[in-house]
Design a protein around this ligand. Structure first.
Ligand SMILES: [Mg+2]
Ligand SMILES: [Zn+2]
Length: 414
């Protein structure tokens, strides 16, 4: 069963914490690099296969309609349902129920989180609940989640014991099951979710993807930094920059390090186009006692120095030192190293490419909501997975022009 193709965005709020900006524009229209924040959401939804977007407007809703029209020019169909400013969120959904698909994606208009709709949908189907939330761990939380994915408690007051998560929007909704438990006409979404949790109808999929919000002016500034286009290429080390040591062996010192020349040449050309680089590397030899962490650091430092002499700027190297049995969050194909890089460099992973030489590199990139390309002898994607690389080639040099054009295309879209 394919994922839903309709998204609904709650755009009606007053945005009081964004004053004075929201004196003249509604919150979803807050400018980010000369475009409304909402256009980044619309583009993201389009990227994920959404075909129709329904905007539930309220405060200054005409401003939104004038900008987006019927969606021509944005590549998706856009429709509107306008209501008075004082309508609760649940009421907005209820009043437009005839326009809702049986299953739809529901978003707030003030969060941006990279996500994969197919992955969320798969989880939602396995839960069989009326609503599946996307949740993230947080100290001041409103959700208690059971190990099986069910939300045990949804507490808008954030005071109950054992709360671990907050929801970030990006929820999948079964229309009839949700409306059936709604207290109309004055329903808020929070009340409805609380009620669903009480009856076992609410689940939560945990994500650790970078989360950005425009809920106040300070956050809006951070979000603007994050959404700024950056020519940063993520790249694997062993087998991609240098010749991979035999399986279960490691580069123990600089004497073991052998450049893959076409990669270095490609990096030189990319650097001439303004690209910088971040290296993400599994080094289980550290946990296995085969190689010292300090030796890995020394090799990476030397590698960066040598590349810098050629005008190639490696911003950082991130290493997973753990054993493959450790179940850590950073050993690829887990996406932890990507998230570390994203946080430190305000890097938007859904506008970045990862270069690797192993199908697990593509899987890691997929898990991080990032694109990938594979080079070298094992450059095929893993069979039977959705995590296929965008391109494969014998060397990075062959892919360099495409990488430049891909980033250029991204720079011209929200
Ligand atoms: Mg590799
Ligand atoms: Zn790790």
């Amino acid at each position: 069963m394919s994922p839903p193709t309709q998204a609904v965005i709650l755009c009606g709020g007053l945005g009081t914490r964004l004053r004075p900006l929201t004196d003249t524009v509604p919150k979803p229209m807050a400018p980010v690099h000369g475009r409304p924040f909402l256009s980044y959401l619309v583009q993201q939804l389009k990227d994920q296969g959404v075909q129709r977007v329904l905007l539930l407007t309220g405060y200054l809703g005409e401003t939104i309609r004038e900008f987006f029209g019927d969606g021509t020019g944005f590549g998706v169909g856009i429709a509107y349902s306008a209501g008075p400013t004082d309508w609760e969120t649940g009421r907005r959904l209820w009043e437009t129920r005839a326009a809702l698909d049986p299953t739809f994606l529901l978003l707030y208009a003030d969060n941006y989180v990279p996500f994969r709709l197919e992955r969320l949908h798969e989880f939602h189907r396995s839960q069989g609940t009326a609503v599946t939330l996307s949740v993230q761990p947080k100290a001041k939380a409103n959700i208690r989640l059971a190990a099986n994915g069910r939300v045990e408690l949804y507490d808008a007051s954030r005071t109950a014991p054992g709360l671990q998560f907050v929801e970030v929007g990006y929820m999948l909704v079964e229309r009839d099951a949700m409306l059936g438990c709604m207290d109309v006409p004055d329903a808020s979404l929070a009340t409805t979710l609380h009620r669903l949790a009480e009856t076992g109808g609410l689940s939560g999929m945990v994500s650790h993807d970078p989360y950005h919000s425009i809920s106040d002016l300070q956050r809006l500034r951070l979000t603007e930094q994050y959404l700024a286009p950056k020519r940063i290429l993520l790249i694997d080390r062993d087998g991609t920059i240098n010749i991979r040591p035999p399986r279960a062996d490691y580069v123990k010192g600089w004497a073991d390090f052998r450049w893959i020349e076409p990669t270095v040449e490609a990096m030189r050309r990319l650097a001439a186009h303004g690209f910088r680089f971040i290296v993400l590397s599994n080094q289980a030899g550290i946990a296995r006692g085969t190689v010292e962490a300090s030796a890995v650091d020394a090799v990476n430092a030397r590698m960066r120095d040598e590349l810098r002499l050629q005008g190639i700027d490696v911003l950082a190297t991130y290493v997973c030192p753990h054993h493959w049995d450790a179940g850590c969050a950073c050993r690829k194909p887990a996406p932890g190293l990507f998230f570390q890089a994203s946080e430190a460099h305000q890097l938007r992973l859904d506008r970045a490419i990862y270069v690797g030489d192993d199908p697990r590199d593509s899987q890691a990139a997929y898990n991080a909501c990032c694109e990938s390309v594979l080079i070298g002898p094992e450059r095929h994607g893993a069979d039977g997975t959705v995590a296929q690389p965008a391109h494969v080639a014998a060397t990075l040099l062959e892919l360099e022009p495409w990488i430049v054009s891909r980033y250029e295309a991204w720079e011209s879209m929200p």
